[in-house]
Each structure stands twice: as structure tokens, then as C-alpha cells.
Design a protein around this ligand. Sequence first.
Ligand code: SME
Length: 164
Amino acid sequence: MSDHEKQTGGAAFAADAVDYDLLAAQMQALAEDVESEISNLANASALLYQTLADLNWAGFYLYQSGELRLGPFQGKTACTRIAIGKGVCGTAAQKDETVVVEDVHQFPGHIACDGASNSEIVIPIHRSGALYGVLDIDSPLYGRFGAEEKEGLEKFVSALEKVL
Ligand code: SME
């Protein structure tokens, strides 16, 4: 494995590749008979944080009163309110699509909650066809999130949506 691969992800994660189908199944199992959505979001953030390598933040912003508000997470304390259209989270919410950022320092309007973050993925979450919030994951590595992570984490969000 080259230093570049270590730095940027890609093949660096092949050795301990994440089984995203298993991760989605674990989420569903954790949520069985759990009625509180906060409990499910809290366990979801812990599951992601303990399973995926090289993260410094994993958690949720919930769409409430027309803005994104901090939900359950793992990592350092974070900003509590994000306007729709602002930062990576607000952009993903506004576009209603996953946003993958290889280098957050190049993303106009990126909101730096933890200075250690260098790459990020944000995936919108829906309930009853409407925006519910976003899953936000940060890494100190550049380019930590690629096509495989996007597909796998979107699968994870689909599983999570079923228990919200
Ligand atoms: N970086 C995010 C803000 C949230 S923190 O990363 C936890 C953004 O630009 O929306």
C-alpha cells in the first residue's frame, strides 16, 4: 500500500473493507423493539463511529423548523444550527442528494466544527417522503469517502429510515 493510498483512502481500506450489508443489518437488529428515534440515532452514530476506520465525527443533523439542528453524534462538540444551503450539510439537504467532499478546505462555505476534518460525506435522510435530516461523517484523511463508501452508507441510511 502506497503512502498516497494510506492518505487518501481507496485501497488502504481493502484489507479491512467494511461489509455495508452487515452494517445495515446490525442497524436494523439494534433498533428492534426500540420506539425512541433518538435512541436509534444515538446507536446509529456509535455503530458507524466504532465500525468505520479513520473518522473524527459521525452523527446527525435533524431538519426542524426549516433548519438543520444538531442530533445524536460521536466526536467533538459541533455547531448546533446549520441553515439550508450552508456548508456541506446544508448543501446536501438543499440538493436532496449525497455530497462527497474529498477536501473540505476546497468546499466553498464548509463549516469547520473540528479542525481535524479533511474530508466529509453527507447523506440526506427521509421519512414519509420528506426530508428528516442528514447523516454527516467526517475524516481526518483526505478523500476518505469514495463510490464504495457512498453506496454503502446510502444503504445504511435506507436501513435507518425504516426504523425512524
Ligand atoms: N462540516 C459540516 C458542519 C458539521 S460538522 O462537520 C460536524 C458542514 O460543512 O456542513
